[in-house]
Design a binder for this molecule. Structure first.
Ligand SMILES: *Cc1c(COP(=O)(O)O)cnc(C)c1O
Length: 434
């Protein structure tokens, strides 16, 4: 059979169904807010409305209850949430924050915004989260925090990393943008460290267009997070503060969520479990089917955890295949149709996830703020190629991801994906290797 990439027919041409989580309930919620005329009632002054309107507060109550956290604080994105978290933690000039290089860029830039530098530790070969051993090797007397990422939906190694943090008196900030509803033992991802951050952007499990929620059990951190969200500096006089230490990092922003977003997010939270269930079943099914192809290794799930499968990562073995990953995956993509509601040509597979963050120009050229390269000019931290070999091997050679696992994809749809992989496997010798 001729491969589609070589001019043959595709395995499937009918587009895959769209992942659309928005329904009647969200529509009603938006109309309720619109008709009230109160699209946001936040005030950046010391007033009851400093903490936002009815929908924002209801979302925060419901999210806290759902996650089992004492406090939930809504923001306008997970990026804002990460920035708030680093600010609330008191991170400052000269500090080092240990972070994964295999994540969305904001997990690391959060440190830079407060004049600290990210120190990249390597990831685990099996689960792609920060490796506790690598973290330990990166700790110095400047280290103040670890930003862990529940990457692809897999909770980080909380017992091991929390123990390291405790030993060295470090704050753990958990970026759980990709793992809502995932569990570590009996606790939800996001509640495993000192501060957890969820995302509600369009590409995540549930969304409000844009948005984020921060959770913490710590009253003092919660207070500081709420201040940074909403013009802290403008209210501290009227609100009062005990000593100068309470003013550290109290330049606030406008990271406020609107009432419409909060109303949508409340409905989305109710849907999370029913959206996760078919996703997990699909991931299990595809994992089993694809790992029967000799050059593909299945995703492993950490003991005592449940995964949320934001995307479904798999490992490609180019030695067994005799062709490079990108060549093989591009051939599979050519066999498959786009998915509705996504970009016109989008076949929901990708190679390597993201380039290790330290290879971005920001770190290679050591320029963030101003012409003198602040804050890198305060530090000797290195960002050379080769820094995190496991991350680099995942990006350059081994790992690929797909989003075919999203409902309403059925087993029949997934069987077409499997057929495309099998066709390319059987005809791999016809692929031109570079
Ligand atoms: C999506 C994502 C973010 C950023 O979320 P926004 O809400 O878009 O700011 C941060 N970290 C990770 C790991 C993400 O996947």
């Amino acid at each position: 059979m001729k491969l589609a990439i070589n001019g043959g027919g595709k395995t499937r041409t009918t587009p895959f169904p769209a992942y659309n989580t928005i329904g009647k309930e969200e529509e009603d919620a938006v109309l309720r807010v619109l008709r009230s005329g109160k699209l946001s009632t936040y005030l950046g002054t010391w007033h009851d409305d400093f903490y936002g309107g009815d929908e924002v507060r209801a979302l925060e109550r419901e999210w806290a209850e759902y996650s089992g956290s004492k406090h939930a604080i809504s923001v306008n994105s997970a990026t804002s949430g990460l920035y708030c978290a680093v600010g609330a933690a008191g991170i400052s000039l000269g500090d080092e924050v240990i972070v994964s290089p295999y994540t969305m860029s904001a997990s690391a830039t959060a440190a830079l915004v407060y004049g600290a530098v990210p120190v990249f530790a390597d990831i685990e070969e099996e689960y792609y989260c920060l490796d506790p051993k690598s973290i330990e090797s990166k700790i110095t007397n400047r280290t103040k925090a670890i930003i862990v990422v529940d990457i692809f939906g897999q909770p980080y190694d909380a017992d091991a990393i929390n123990a390291i943090a405790k030993k060295h008196n470090l704050i753990v900030i958990e970026d759980t943008a990709q793992a809502p509803g995932a569990k570590y033992k009996d606790r939800f991802a996001g509640t495993l460290g000192d501060i957890g951050i969820f995302s509600l952007n369009y590409h995540k499990h549930i969304h409000s267009g844009e948005g984020g929620v921060i959770v913490t059990d710590n009253d003092n951190l919660a207070d500081r997070l709420r201040l940074i969200r909403n013009h802290a500096e403008a209210v501290l006089d009227a609100r009062g503060y005990k000593d100068k230490n309470e003013l550290i990092n109290m330049i606030g922003f406008n990271y406020r969520m609107t009432e419409i977003e909060a109303a949508i997010a409340r409905e989305q939270l109710k849907r999370l479990n029913s959206l996760l269930k078919p996703r997990l079943e699909n991931a299990k099914y595809l994992n089993e089917k694809l790992s029967q192809i000799p050059c593909i290794k299945p995703t492993k799930i950490r003991k005592n955890t449940t995964h949320a499968f934001y995307v479904h990562p798999l490992i490609f073995d180019q030695n067994i295949a005799g062709v490079e990953r990108n060549t093989f995956i591009n051939a599979v993509k050519a066999e498959l149709p786009r998915t509705l509601l996504r970009d016109d040509s989008d076949v929901l597979m990708g190679c390597g996830y993201v380039k290790p963050l330290y290879l971005q120009p920001l770190y290679q050229e050591r320029i963030a703020f101003g012409k003198d390269g602040f804050p890198f000019n305060q530090s000797n931290v290195k960002y050379d190629k080769g820094l995190c070999p496991i991350t680099e091997s995942m990006y350059f050679e081994k790992l690929f991801t797909n989003e075919f696992i999203r409902p309403p994809m059925t087993k029949k749809d997934l069987d077409d994906v499997v057929k495309a992989f099998e066709k390319v496997w059987e005809n791999r010798k016809k692929l031109l290797t570079k």
